[in-house]
Design a protein. Structure first.
Length: 538
């Protein structure tokens, strides 16, 4: 006889405590969904677009979340995304499904009903928050039933990775809990294929994280596509890259696409620059669409690390993008936060949802940074003299390129400053809304998350201007920091760096600062991605 795992049951809610995988099986038997194990997280990786052929919730609960766990099952849950698709499509069908869903709220601890009645007891609410893994929406379908999923990657059994997440507020039995997650959803095949789903998750992420965007309902994507498409759009047959870009543009983005046929071997590095910047990137694979939201651990001993060959320096230079082979993807064929190598993904096109005020793209920023390093060859060589081994300068140099908001950049740099003088430099740095940053290090310091310098570029600069060097805002090498104001010329910046001088009253207007007590090396900027390293003992 099956165990009675329900700690509490009513017409609206059920609380189940599960201690092992056998009890997970018993619990899932009560849900009217396929009982077969899903192969969504097998070794086949990302292939063609397909649907679940088993029970993805079964796979998730048994392989990604440690027991014991508590599941709060909410019947007749009103999910805004499904209600939207229901009234815009499914309600017109002869065999019309139910309009309500089931929501599972998952905790990685044993809980009873009284644990959810917190009142003013902050310790009880803190316990709930600490054990809250996330939520899963189950749509009223026999197949393709997984709806919106919000799961905290730090509480899942995943590999070590760096991902982009945002904070969602969730109400569970009267308690407002928060979760750091990237939104996931399965496709329903008819209204939302993998293409619409991937774009929808990007819009959900931005609409939740940033006030200048808003959360989009699935039907709004359909209306944008329908306005430009000469044929019917339902049932959906997917979206091509022009339709995806059109949707993103209609909701406030300035998308930029990169095709493998044009960029060839550069495509992997381009993807990495944007992912390292914390930007979710839409990827087109072999007849399938996913979103890349992060990467794995750096592999500094990788044989795939290639030297930058389009620059002449007295030392070798490696692009840090070559240290990374594994990427974190949101794929509706698999569990959230799946990890695959770039080669296995077989990417043929990426679409980057850039802010409308970002004009300088990744390749332009990379080109400017490399040419700046070439111009500063002698200064770099002098800075590197401090980092020697057996009398030889430690080679090679490592460059790390990323995009970030100036507000976050200045906040992080000033917070990590070793002196008030250093902090004041960053606080008074005049920057546009977004900046490209190229950090300079060597392999040893890079492994320790340290750098010896950086080049800061204006992301609002015109990439094809007669003098694209005008995008340079500041350069720091060791203890020297040269910067300029919008009215100053590039010559002022370069002269200041090449001809060090003692600080004067005019330094505040944009010259070289040699700051007393400033370290020759300092921390990497690590604000863009969240480090995940699951440690819970099973």
């Amino acid at each position: 006889m099956a165990r009675d795992y329900n700690e509490f049951t009513s017409d609206e809610y059920a609380i189940a405590v599960l201690h092992n995988n056998d009890e997970v099986d018993e619990y899932l038997d009560t849900l009217d969904y396929p009982k077969k194990d899903s192969d969504i997280d097998n070794d086949d990786g990302c292939g063609e677009c397909r649907t679940y052929d088993g029970n993805p919730v079964h796979t998730l609960l048994k392989t990604k979340i440690s027991c014991p766990l508590t599941i709060v099952q909410e019947m007749d849950y009103v999910d805004s995304a499904f209600r939207d698709t229901f009234y815009n499509y499914y309600s017109s069908k002869h065999n019309c499904p139910e309009r309500n869903c089931i929501r599972l709220s998952i905790f990685n601890q044993e809980l009873k009903l009284e644990d959810f009645i917190c009142g003013k007891e902050m310790d009880k609410r803190a316990k709930l928050q600490d054990g809250f893994v996330g939520t899963i929406i189950l749509r009223p379908f026999k197949y393709n039933y997984v709806g919106k999923v919000l799961l905290d990657p730090s509480k899942l059994k995943t590999g070590e990775m760096y991902v982009r997440t945002t904070t969602f507020d969730v109400e569970v039995l009267g308690n407002i809990l928060t979760i750091n997650a990237y939104p996931f959803s399965g496709q329903d095949v008819e209204f939302m294929t993998c293409a619409e789903t991937s774009i929808w998750t990007i819009l959900q992420y931005y609409g939740t994280r940033y006030p200048e965007y808003r959360v989009i309902l699935p039907s709004e994507i359909f209306k944008v596509v329908d306005a430009y498409h000469p044929e019917r759009c339902l049932p959906s047959t997917g979206l091509n890259f022009l339709q995806k870009s059109t949707v993103l543009k209609n909701f406030g983005f300035s998308p930029k696409s990169y095709n493998i046929n044009v960029y060839k071997d550069q495509l992997k590095n381009i993807l990495h620059y944007y992912v390292e910047s914390g930007i979710p990137v839409a990827m087109s694979l072999n007849r399938h669409a996913v979103v890349c939201i992060g990467h794995g651990e750096a592999e500094l001993k990788s044989t795939d690390c290639k030297y930058v060959d389009d620059i002449e320096l007295d030392f070798k230079l490696i692009d840090s993008a070559s240290f990374f082979q594994k990427y974190v993807i949101i794929d509706d064929n698999r569990v959230p936060y799946a990890i695959d190598t770039y080669d296995k993904l077989k990417t043929n096109l990426i679409i980057v949802p850039l802010h409308k005020r970002i004009f300088l793209d990744a390749l332009d920023a990379r080109s400017i940074a490399i040419h700046t390093l070439k111009a500063l060859n002698d200064v770099l060589t002098k800075c590197l003299e401090e980092y020697t081994h057996e009398g030889k300068i430690i080679n090679p140099l490592v460059m790390r390129l990323f995009l970030t908001s100036s507000r976050k950049y200045i906040a992080v740099r000033s917070a990590n400053s070793v002196s008030p003088n250093e902090a004041s430099i960053y606080i008074n740095l005049k920057c546009p809304k977004f900046v490209w940053v190229c950090e300079i290090s060597n392999k040893k310091l890079y492994n320790d998350h340290k750098i010896i310098g950086e080049i800061v570029m204006d992301a609002t600069a015109h990439p094809t201007a007669s003098d694209c060097w005008e995008s340079l805002l500041a350069i720091r090498l060791g203890q020297s920091f040269a910067f300029r104001t919008p009215g100053q010329s590039l010559r002022d910046l370069c002269d200041a760096l090449l001809k060090p001088a003692e600080p004067t009253e005019s330094d505040a207007e944009g010259y070289l600062l040699t700051v007393e007590g400033l370290n020759s090396f300092y921390p990497q900027y690590i604000n863009n991605l969240k480090h995940i390293n699951y440690q819970r003992e099973v």
